[in-house]
Every structure is written in C-alpha cells, then in structure tokens.
Design a protein around this ligand. Structure first.
Ligand code: UDX
Length: 452
C-alpha cells in the first residue's frame, strides 16, 4: 500500500521504517528541510538501536520529502506523527497537528484516504482533525472532492526498543467510526498481525511471537486506550516508589518487595523498578493531558495526579539524601552518571538528570556529568546550565563529593569502583536506579545509598 507519514521524529521515522520494511511504499514528510536532507543522505537525527540498519533495508520502499504535493496524492493511508508538546496548563500544543491536517486536506485526491492520528492527541481529536480536513478541502480550487475517514492508531513505542515494539507489538489498536477505515488499516498491518514478514536479521522474531492481537474500536476508545495505558504505567512506577519510601523507613528492601508482588500474575513484574522515577516525553505529557481533558468535563483524576506528585517528589528526595550525607551542598562537587531519561536513548526530554542538576546548581553545587550517548545532545540543548560534561565516568568521579547514578546504563554497572573511590574526594554513591552492586561498592570502601 502507499503510505505517507507526516513527521520524522521518534514515532514517524520508526513507523515509516517498519512499514517500508514490511513492504509498503512509504513517503516520510517533514517541514524541517535540513532534517529531510540529512535523512536523504542517510543521517539519522535520533539515536534508536537498529534504526540505521532497518532504514537501510527499507530504503527501496522509502522516500523523504518536505513537499505535501509529493507525499500526499495517491497515499491510501496518511499518518500524522507530529509533536504535540505540553503547554504550561498541561494541555498539548496542537498547532503542528492542525497545520498537518490542513495541508493534508489540501493535497489528498479523490480516492478514499485514511488519515490516521499516530501522535498522542487529546481524546476527541479525531473528530477535530476530521473537521480541519473537511474545512481545508472545502477551500480547494481544483474541484477535487476528497473522500477520507479519520482513524486513531496510538503508538506504544518505548524509546530504545521502538523497532521491537513496532514489529513485535503486544497489540495493535485501531479506532475509527467508519468500518472501511478499519478495513484499510487491518490490511496495512496484516503482515504484523499475522507475523508473516521476513524478520530483520538484527532483530529476530521472538520465539513466542506467532500473531498480534488487533483491537479494532471506535475513535474515542482508541485515543483513551493510549492515555490510560501510559497513565497506568506511570502510576505503577509511582506506586512502587511510594511503597519504597515506606520500605526505607521500616528497613525493608524495596527491590525484594517489588519482586514479591510482581510474581503475582495479576500485578506482573515490569514497571516496578523503584528509583528517581519516570522521565521522557510521554508519561509527564500524557498524564497532564489526561488531567486537562478530564478538567474540561469537570472531572478530577486524583490517582493520576498522585502519580505525578510522587514522581516529582523523587527528584527532591535525591537532594534531601545528598544534603543529609554532605550536610552542606554549597561549594560541593557532585557528579551525575547518566543524562538520558533512560538507557539506550539520547532523549533528554523530562530527563530526571536535568531537574536534579538544576536543583543542585541552584544550591551552589558544581555539577559534573557523563552519558555514553546523550552528551552531544545535552551540550546543544542545555549548554546554558553550566554542567561540566565529562567524557568518562572516571573523569566525573575525579574530585567529587558524591556520585549520583541517574540513568542505569550498563556502562556504569561494570565500573572499576576501587578506582572510582580513589578518584573521589568523598566516597559516597547515591544509586537512583537500584542498578549497582551494593556489595561491590561497599568492598571498594564506598558509602552506598539508594533512592527508593
Ligand atoms: C513510554 C511507554 O512505555 C510507551 O508505551 C509509550 O508509547 C511512550 O512512553 P518511554 O517513555 O520510551 O515509553 O519509556 P519507558 O520505558 O516506558 O520508561 C519511562 C520512564 O519510566 C523512564 O524514565 C524509566 O526510567 C522509568 N521507569 C520505567 C521507572 O522508573 N521504573 C520502571 O520500572 C520502568
């Protein structure tokens, strides 16, 4: 099938690469012309494992353009995968979405076209995008009467495993109020639903993977599924962190508690890792948007709000623990191990490291930091913070009064902690992710503390 994708960010580029890889003809559009030129020359603006290889394999079916006139006419499915960044009120900024919808409305031709919201959009946006499409197509002067339907196909990609989550998803959700739109999307995703595509050599099909459940529903339900899923995952993390705080008071081991509850098949072991909490471009934005949407109906969402409050508190607890250990923060040097919001990505959006660094800097601390992948992005996006970036963890440790493990990159688990201890002015490590070997650090003479 012929597919157009508007937006070449984490979602658009990953979705385009996967659909092209399984055999569809895909045109990826972005209004950022330098980004399109870079993509055409094989440069990838984001770090996502295996994406470069998949784009190479998919290249015969993939084109990049910044022209709607080139990408839209003839496309049977048009995905909108543009950013919907949060506004101060929590409601998402929809200017990019409305711009894309208007441009699509001006360029779709007379053949039936399914316009799909892939971006995380407020509940009810499907109808709003539909009205924008109708409005822009009514102003056309070429006499074409577009025939389209709007659908929702929320993404459940985790950065760092986006390709796996696209080719081997737990489920595919499609929502539309017209059956023919659902049929087009089922046809588009058939190779993934049936798992009949040839798996990439670098990303083999999981042995237990035979078919993928397809949830076919109405627009509003599909949009709410996305928000409810992310809010629940965020809640699960904040729940374990709330229990973790109590565990610390009573001398319990939160990792053991998480293991003990996670073995209950009704709870499950994942997303119960206690620590400094969640970051990233989704959980904070989606929980805020959910609360904002509920507010439009006069509803409160105290459980979702509590998840955000607890998550925010985890950052403060890092500063509290450093203060308790060092007594005075002003003038100290504190090193952060990890900047990205989680391992295997260079994404710094809502990264806990940034909030923690700022809180320390505001208290007169000299902050040093390292990250295996995100250093360059940090330098270009947060240079003004004045964080001293280091090219190795040992350089961070040199002269430090404390080290904080913020992102659980594997690079940090295998450090020479004897050498780290010798480099530090004060051998104190605060493990924000319960990721390090407490015995190994203690043997190196390091005072080891966790955030739970
Ligand atoms: C998330 C959702 O998982 C994904 O389905 C959705 O499409 C986009 O948002 P992502 O933000 O890429 O994906 O990362 P995820 O792996 O979910 O982790 C989010 C944050 O939670 C990270 O900061 C991570 O460090 C933190 N986390 C995760 C925990 O603190 N504890 C856990 O047990 C798991």
């Amino acid at each position: 099938m012929r597919v157009a994708i508007i937006g070449t960010g984490y979602v658009g580029l990953t979705t385009g690469a996967c659909l092209a890889f399984i055999g569809h003809t895909v045109s990826c559009l972005d209004t950022d012309e330098p980004k399109i030129r870079a993509l055409k020359s094989g440069q990838i603006p984001i770090y996502e494992p295996d994406l470069e290889d998949l784009l190479e394999d998919a290249r015969p079916n993939l084109t990049f353009t910044s022209s709607y006139a080139e990408a839209i006419p003839g496309a049977e499915v048009v995905f909108i995968a543009v950013g919907t960044p949060p506004t101060p009120s929590g409601a998402p900024n929809l200017e990019y979405l409305s711009q894309a919808a208007r441009c699509i409305g001006q360029h779709i031709n007379g053949d039936f076209t399914v316009v799909v919201n892939k971006s995380t959009v407020p509940i009810g946006s499907g109808n709003w995008v539909g009205s924008l499409l109708r409005e822009s197509s009514e102003h056309r002067t070429d006499g074409v009467i577009p025939d389209f339907a709007v659908a929702s196909n929320p993404e459940f990609l985790r950065e760092g495993t986006a390709l796996h989550d696209s080719l081997y998803p737990d489920r595919i959700v499609i929502g539309a109020d017209e059956q023919r739109a659902l049929e087009v999307l089922y046809s588009l995703y058939r190779p993934i639903v049936d798992q009949t595509f040839q798996a990439p050599t670098f990303l083999p099909r999981p042995e237990s993977m035979f078919a993928v459940p397809l949830v076919s529903t109405d627009l509003a339900s599909a949009e709410l599924i996305k928000y409810a899923a992310n809010a629940f995952l965020a809640l699960k993390i904040s729940f374990v962190n709330e229990i973790g705080h109590l565990a610390e008071c009573v001398g319990a081991n939160i990792s053991e508690v998480a293991r003990g509850i996670g073995l209950d098949s009704r709870i499950g072991p994942r997303f119960l890792n206690a620590g400094i909490g969640w970051g990233g471009s989704c959980f904070g934005k989606d929980t805020a948007a959910l609360i904002a949407t509920a507010g439009e109906y006069g509803l409160h969402m105290p459980i979702v709000e509590a998840a955000k409050i607890i998550n925010s508190r985890q950052r403060d607890r890092v500063v509290e623990k450093l203060l308790r250990e060092l007594k005075i923060l002003k003038g100290r040097t504190i090193g952060l191990l990890g900047l990205a919001f989680k391992p295997n990505t260079d994404d710094l959006r809502e990264a806990p490291a940034i909030e923690i660094a700022q809180k320390l800097i505001d208290r007169g601390v000299r902050v040093k930091a390292h990250d295996p992948i995100a250093l360059e992005r940090f330098e270009s996006e947060h240079r003004s913070m004045g964080v001293h970036l280091c090219t190795s963890p040992l350089e961070v440790a040199d002269g430090c009064d404390a080290l904080v493990l913020v992102t659980e990159w594997n690079d940090y688990r295998d450090l020479d902690w004897d050498l780290v201890a010798k480099k530090m002015r004060n051998a104190f490590v605060l493990d924000g992710r319960h990721a390090l070997d407490a015995d190994k650090l203690s043997r190196a003479g390091i005072h080891y503390v966790t955030i739970s």
